[in-house]
Design a protein around this ligand. Structure first.
Ligand code: NAP
Length: 323
């Protein structure tokens, strides 16, 4: 999707790219690999910290970028496994403040049916996610990167307000950005910062202790959670991130109307659909995305994901990475 320039447009940095190729990866070492879920859950998600000191990646990974992991072994065709990209979960200065340690948010992929056959219900284990989650301190991991320049913070972060919307492990880049804005070398900024985090159950919330602490320490940071599979205290059904946004338009409308606000969304593809529909229904879309003709002539309630992905142009105040 191409982007268009709006008033109060942010300026984004030019990050380093592909300093290490996946064909000739460098060796990093695991520093720690601890669960980052709030409670006991059917999912397994770890905060994986990797030492990259002495490699060309050291000091060159920018918040919002990704890096490559090349898992060991061969695929079902006898070819070496291909590289997988993982979002950085740390600020530009890394986990250690010196750019020598990077981190990511790793969720074990555990599913049924690895093939396209409808009746395939055999256990499928994601190769790279399970490799990474198994690792412990001192273990080696083959790395490449850095990758990506679509989901960056602006060069002058203090001149913007922010709405971050994440589902599941889509939170990874926002952990790094929040640390950058509130505790990093550029922070703390006094911008208004809202995070809406979506998870199936309260126990699945990722980095909940960190975000709760940051919101207690910084009056300008507001941490919201949208839990999809639990009834709410008022008896209402669970809700998705965009339902949460839509229900609180009195609060979020003012934020989205401000000319310097940036919207970031990362996670499941479906969230983009819900988010854009809610924004359009409240006449708040214009500054963030432009529906092309085929979509513009239909009411937002009729928009579906495929049409949105094909039919909108993001402005430079809207940064989306969904899968
Ligand atoms: P998850 O835990 O399965 O889901 C998180 C929440 O999103 C759940 O509450 C889920 O609700 C809800 N949800 C499902 N469909 C939705 C929709 N259409 N709109 C809004 N919310 C919806 O998430 P996950 O397994 O961690 O998956 C995260 C995704 O983020 C993966 O696809 C991953 O590839 C992607 N990701 C992207 C990046 C990146 O782009 N840089 C980085 C990390 C992760 P229910 O399950 O109750 O329906």
């Amino acid at each position: 999707m191409s982007s268009v320039t709006t008033r109060d447009a942010p300026i984004f940095p030019e990050p380093d790219l592909n300093l290490v190729s996946a064909k000739e990866p460098v060796i990093g070492r695991i520093v720690s690999n601890d669960s980052c879920l709030r409670g006991k859950s059917a999912s397994f998600v770890r905060h994986t910290v990797i030492d990259i000191s002495g490699t060309p990646l050291e000091g060159h990974c920018r918040v919002g970028q990704a890096f490559g992991v090349v898992p060991p072994g061969d695929d079902e065709h006898g070819k070496p496994h291909k590289v997988r990209l993982y979002s950085l979960a740390c600020p530009t200065s890394g986990e250690d403040g010196d750019g020598k340690q990077i981190s990511t948010t790793t969720k074990r992929v555990i599913a049924e049916g690895g093939s396209d056959a409808d009746d395939d219900h055999r256990l499928f284990l994601g190769v790279c996610s399970n490799f990474l989650c198994d690792l412990g301190p001192g273990d080696e991991v083959r790395l490449s990167g850095p990758n990506g320049k679509r989901l960056l913070l602006p060069t002058d972060p203090a001149t913007h307000d922010y709405l971050f919307v994440a589902t599941g492990t889509g939170i990874a880049p926002f952990r790094g950005m929040l640390l950058e804005l509130l505790a990093g070398t550029t922070g703390p900024v006094s911008s208004q910062i809202h995070l809406i985090m979506g998870a199936p159950y309260t126990t699945d919330l990722i980095y909940d202790d960190l975000f709760s602490r940051l919101s207690a320490e910084h009056d300008n940071f507001h941490y919201h959670t949208a839990i999809s599979r639990e009834a709410r205290p008022n008896g209402g059904a669970g809700l998705y991130v965009h339902d949460y946004l839509g229900e609180r338009m009195e609060e979020f409308g003012a934020l989205l109307e401000r000319e310097h606000t940036l919207v970031y969304a990362c996670g499941l593809a479906g969230m983009q659909c819900g988010l854009f529909k809610v924004m359009a229904e409240h006449s708040l879309a214009e500054a963030y995305f432009e529906p092309k003709e085929a979509l513009a002539c239909r009411p937002p309630c009729d928009w579906e994901l495929g049409a949105i992905r094909r039919g909108v142009r993001l402005t430079d105040r809207c940064l989306v990475e969904v899968y």
